[in-house]
Design a protein around this ligand. Structure first.
Ligand SMILES: C[S@@+](CC[C@H](N)C(=O)[O-])C[C@H]1O[C@@H](n2cnc3c(N)ncnc32)[C@H](O)[C@@H]1O
Length: 312
């Protein structure tokens, strides 16, 4: 059982019980939390896999690793926390001497600690630098993209990752009014210039989401991670992916559909020539979503989608 409550921890894990029942942690299994954040899912995995289950926790944000180390100190002999991207999963497992693992969870997106820290620049609810990097050592920040990208590239980012119909107008106003140094400067320029209806979401919401995805190359990272995760599972091992954005969910869904099929020849081809074999089975065809009680207490849960597969 989870010990902490929302009052004691800065980030409440979404779909916690669903993750634990998907991964079925047990002693002496090997587990990976590819985005450890505040360690909420990790705590449950460690508790359920007592007394000998081991957990590798990854994060590119050094503060998340510090926080989860404090929170999981009771399990310090069973955890390995590594400052590394989930795109390096395979190499990190090799460096630990771990071969195949029993379960992997990845909980995409931004944590409450990151959103609520103005200096990280993820939110326009507070004023802060236009940063948005999960890994503060990474060279490209939101400020670089906003102040130096050509207008067409900005429009593509806002259109593709923000799915904002006003993408072209927003890109033009950014280029005409830059440089921007802070989150509030950018958000108020968008709000002054882009029509919006009272009660609708803030007109900068989608631009901020798009910039964050572009800064951290989130979709590319997910595409690199998924095959490494599947290859790293033992037979019967499980991978659970929580996504928050329709583009992420589409990548996960398509990858799982292809890898769970024995033949991926084009439809209508009379004889199979692809030689493809299913490596996974889908545990749920439709994504698992949060129930109304969870959504009522944790707004992040509203758009969460969980897909789970099992290695054949
Ligand atoms: C939604 S939070 C995870 C919360 C966690 N499940 C919990 O229960 O506290 C997502 C985390 O992923 C981290 N992250 C983002 N990109 C990453 C990457 N490429 N590799 C590893 N971690 C990453 C972020 O820094 C953030 O801490």
């Amino acid at each position: 059982m989870m010990n902490d409550t929302a009052n004691h921890v800065p980030h409440v894990p979404v779909l916690y019980h669903q993750i634990i029942s998907a991964l079925r942690p047990a002693s002496p299994g090997f587990y990976v939390d590819a985005t450890i954040g505040a360690g909420g899912h990790a705590l449950g995995i460690l508790e359920e896999s007592s007394p000998r289950g081991q957990l590798l926790g990854l994060d590119v944000d050094p503060l998340a690793l510090e926080l989860s180390l404090q929170r999981l100190h009771l399990f310090k002999h069973r955890i390995h926390l590594v400052h590394s991207s989930y795109t390096e999963l395979h190499a990190t497992l090799l460096s630990l001497g771990w071969n195949l693992v029993d379960g992997i969870v990845i909980d995409l997106g931004v944590s409450s600690m990151q959103i609520d820290t103005p200096q990280r620049g993820f939110s326009f609810q507070h004023d802060g630098p236009l940063d948005m990097r999960f890994d503060p050592a990474q060279p490209v920040s939101a400020e670089d993209i906003v102040n130096h990208s050509p207008e067409s590239e900005l429009a593509d980012i806002i259109w593709r990752y923000g799915e904002d119909r006003e993408a072209r107008r927003i890109a033009r106003l950014i280029v005409q009014n830059r440089p921007f140094n802070t989150t509030l400067e950018l958000a108020s320029a968008i709000s002054r210039n882009i029509r919006h209806h009272p009660g609708a979401i803030h007109p900068a919401t989608r631009t901020f989401q798009a910039l964050r995805i572009a800064v951290n190359r989130e979709l590319e990272g997910l595409e690199v991670f998924l095959p490494q995760a599947v290859q790293s599972l033992k037979s019967g091992g499980r991978l659970a992916v929580i996504s928050f954005h329709s583009l992420e969910d589409r990548i996960v869904k398509q990858y799982f559909r292809i890898e769970s099929r024995d033949c991926i020849c084009p439809p209508g081809q009379p004889v199979c020539t692809c030689g493809h074999h299913a490596s996974i089975k889908e545990i749920n065809r439709r994504p698992i979503t949060a129930d109304p009680d969870e959504i009522a207490t944790n707004v992040r849960a509203r758009s969460a989608k969980l897909r789970v597969i099992e290695k054949i």
